[in-house]
Every structure is written in structure tokens, then in C-alpha cells.
Design a protein around this ligand. Sequence first.
Ligand code: CA
Length: 657
Amino acid sequence: MRRLLVLLLSIILLVGLFGCRTNDEPWWLGDGPLEGELFVDAVPGLSPDFIRGADVSSLLALEASGVKFYDFNGNEQDMLKTLAEEGFNYIRVRVWNDPFDEFGNGYGGGNNTVETALELGVRAAEYGMKLLVNFHYSDFWADPGKQQVPKAWADLSFDDKVQALYDFTKESVLMLVDGGADVGMVQIGNETNNSMSGENAWPRITALMAAGAQAVRDVSADTGHDILIAVHFTNPESRNFVTDARRLEVNDVDYDIFASSYYPFWHGTLENLANQLSEVAEQFDKKVMVAEVAYAYSWEDFDGHANTIGEGAVFDQPYPLTVQGQARAIADVVKTVASIGEAGIGVFYWEPGWIPVPVSENAVTPEQAWEERFAIWEKHGSGWASSFASSYDPDDAGVWYGGSACDNQALFDAYGHPLPSLRVFGYCYIGSTTTLRLDEVSNVHISVRLRNPVVLPETVEATYNNGEQVTVTVEWDTVDLDEISNSPVGVYVVRGTAQGLTVSCFISMEEENYIENHSFENEDRSMWVLNNIGNTEQLRFQEKTTDARTGRYSVHFWDPSFVEFTVEQTVTGLRPGTYSFAVFIQGGDVVNEEIYIFARTDGREYRVDTDVDGWVNWRQPVIDNITTESGEITIGVYVRSDGGWGTMDDFMLNPAG
Ligand code: CA
């Protein structure tokens, strides 16, 4: 009996001790640096109030799909609790007005409504985390490429739409506050670079924003909850945020925080980000933050739905695609925002938990796994878009619907276990060190003309986990390079190893292309003629990776009301014979459009009609069988439309056959 009592007392004591420990100061506020799995420098003077956020919008749909999350000890645990334990203090949830078709089928991407934000917000509040409500003011994804009006607002007069947006915002935020979510911030629109809710003239966009902001102010006044208002733009690499902020000021949009997305593979340098945000902070007396950042920890695709950053893709890769690289990417953004001073209030990681939905043991092949997953995505909306979205967004979701395009950018592995990078916000306070080792050997991309010899490089660049760069020798797998040399147009991969790490060489076998500066990457673009027939508001060579098919540059056009132009180049000195001409084009918002590509030679003109299908849905029209005697061919693109935007890239004039 006494033994039992001692045991009981011991248990009580242990539980007491453990309880005490969990009430202790968080782990990241002690002495550092910690010895762990990553190198992360502490950010000096980082405020304890700095917002360390996570966009968790898809969590409920993932849970409904059977996804489980774990803590660092391998115990199943609410993902939100794990986030709070590891240093997060804020969640962000996107809200769509009505992401369902007429039969009640969800569009996907979490099928998020204000109810989703409420459920997640209340759960997050239990762990001491605040909620950022991210209104897209659309029935589905809103980004620089699309800002569709909600179905219910489509036929309203503009004044009625403003009122509807005010009412929707006020009712939603009130419901969230009354329902027990700790609403700290409301975002008025998502990546509203050019439009919002189907409006693309700034007086109208800002009138809608002002109405949303007023609704939040009114809720704050009515409830006594002080809620911050954020606006959200993106593309710091090609945009002038001061211009945006001035426009908001001139049009009386009342807000507190100017937020930007920052994806390191697309959005330019950290210096530029810091300059852009600090100028807005200083000139307009606003707080600033990064509303979305993410970086891939792997090249792999874990759910069979191609990732935006995946193998073979060419993009800026300022960090290795490793857990260490991911952690450094995040820590650098924290450091950058903190460097702005008191005005730099925080960073949100975009969807740390959007991992694959699980499949059964019956799914043996990748095809079987995909079929099972597809059924789950359709049922629970846990992919980025379901097939049902096609009725609302036929050009993008209607074509590309499926699973997670960012499962390799999560902070949990494909089975829900946290990656060491999940602790990066904490490490930004205390620092972390580990054993020095080679972290990544960089893949190589080479282009070879058809029938020319393929030569693989002997050395490649590599990166240590402390960020140091070195050159290492590669041992390539044995392959028949002659066979590749004589293969048709396409991309061929040779694998190799260097110091125990794998490396890939992507060989692009290409036709002889007679277009000079065909992708606009070289500074001298004098061989190109931009003929702005219709006084198109924007017609220029644009540096913007996200709108270029390859590299950084493309030809860009935009005008809200009328577009008419040609872009052309005359190629001379060709051997008499037969050629083909092709070009890539993407764009949207065109009305009554006439778009074709052309080739003129020896007094004849060849034409092929084409069109634009939405952001990054590249079309490639081709003219075959252009015959020339003179050896001089003028090739180009003609666009005429009542408004619209788009880009053209990678012009190709190849010998036929
Ligand atoms: Ca994927």
C-alpha cells in the first residue's frame, strides 16, 4: 500500500514537473546558439512580438482527407499546436465568398469560406495564436493573373458591389470575433497588383478596398477589438510599391500594413525587398510585412501533381533545395523585415502543411496512387483545385486541377512529420549550429544544337550547410552521349554523384534557331521592333521571371481598354530553303481579340491564328513550311484586342525537317 502511495506521489510529482516545464519560457528565448541539425544565425534585436505566421488555409480539408500531423517526438498532434510550440504566433487563412458550384461541389484549395477561418481561428486561439483573415473577394484564387468577381456580385452595379463588399467584410469579421477567433489582422484583397473583384481600374479597386477597410474599422469600434488592416501586393522585383502606396493614399484607403509576397525563386533580391518596404514604411508611415514566403526543401514531387518548383525547372535558386536551404531562405526574410526597424512587423510562411493526402495499401503504382488521391481531392477539396472549379475558372483551374503544387515547400515531410526547418522562427532568436557537411551539389543545365557533340562538365558548384560555396568533381553515370547527340529535340537527363551527393545534368537538344536574342535576355534588343499601332499603354521588354517562359525577360503588353501592336524581327542571310516559326504566348482579359503570328518573305505572308488562355498557360502557335529564296524572313506576332494583358517569349525560327 505504501509502495503504491509512493508511486502515486512520484507520478503526481513528475506530472507537476512536466506541467511546470510547459509553462516555462519558450525554448527559443534561452541561451544560444543551440546545437541541432541546422545552421541559422540569430537575428540581433528581433522583437518578441515579431509576427511569426503560418498560412494554414488547407488544414481542415487535409484533415478531412485523412492527413495526420506529428510533433518532433513522433506523436500525432494538432498541427496548430506543433506550430505554437515551435515558435509561431499567428495563422493566416484565405476566405473565398462562395467556392462551390451550383450543385454544391467545392472548387478545392481547401474550399475555404469564412466558416473555415472561424474553425481554424478558434483552434489557433487555444494555443495563443492570432488570426489573419485573408479576403480574396472572389469565389476562388485571386493573384496577379486573375481577380474574378464573386458569382453573387457579378450582376451588381458598381455602387452595389461596394456595398456588398462592405457588408460581406463586416458580417464575416463580426462572426469571427464573436465566434472566439483572436482576429488580429484583416487583409483586404490578395496580391491585388492589377485588379480586385473583377475591377481593373484603380479608382474602382481602391473604392472597393476603402469599403473593406471601413468595415473592419467599424467592427473594431463596435466590438472594442483592435484589428489591423493589411493590403497585399506582390512582385517586388518589378513593381514600385511607393507608387502603389501613393495610389492608396490619394484614394483614401485606410490601412495599417503594406504587405508583399516574397518567393525567393521569383521575386528578386532581399536588398530590393528591404528598399521597397522601407520606403513605403517611411514615406507613408505604415507597418510592413511579408505576407507569403516559401522555399522548397526538395526537388521531389510527393503527390503526383506537378510542383511549381520541380525537377528540370529553371529558376533562380539562391539557396540549395534542402531543409537547410529552406531554413536559410526563411531566416533571411525574417532578418530583412526586421532590418526595417519597428515598422517591419512580421513574416508569414505560406502553407507549411500542404502535404500529400494519404493513399491505401492497394495503391502500388504511381498511377494507382494518383487515382486514389484524385478522388480524395475531388471529395474534400484538398488539392489546389478540383474539376468542379472549371465552371468558375475554366482557363486555369479548369485545365490544371489536381493536388498540391507545393508539397515540397512544406515544413512537414510528406507523412506529416515536422522538418527541422519548422523551428526556424525560434532559431532566429537563439541561433543554431550543427556539424559542417556538404548540403547540395547544383544541377547543371546545358543546351546543345541537334547533331552536335554533348560534353558533360567535369566539375559542378556545391554548397556547404553553412552556405559556403565550392567546386567539386562529378562522376557521371555511364551513358551513350553519341545517342543523345543524335536524338531529336527534347530534354535528356544524365545523373551523377559528387562527394556522395546526387547531381543531374539536363541536356536540352535544340534546333538551330536563327532568331537573335530569341528570349530577350541580352541587353541589346535593337534587332527587335515593337510597333505600337494602337497606343497600347504598356508595351515593353519586361524583367519578370513569373511572366517569362524562360529566363527573366519577355515582351509584355497591357492596356485596360485597347491593345494593338506587332513585335517583329527581320532575319537575313538565311540559306534558301524551308523554315518553321514558333513562339510562346500567354495572357488574359482580351475582348474581341485578333491574335496571330506571321512570317513574311519574298512578298508572301504566312499567318497562323492564336489566342491567350490565362496566366502561364503558354500557347505555342507554329507556322510550318515557310519557303524563302531571298534568305530574308520577317517573323512576328500581331495582337489587337479591346483591352488585355500578356507576354511573348522564346521566338524560334528553325530549319524545317
Ligand atoms: Ca505535388
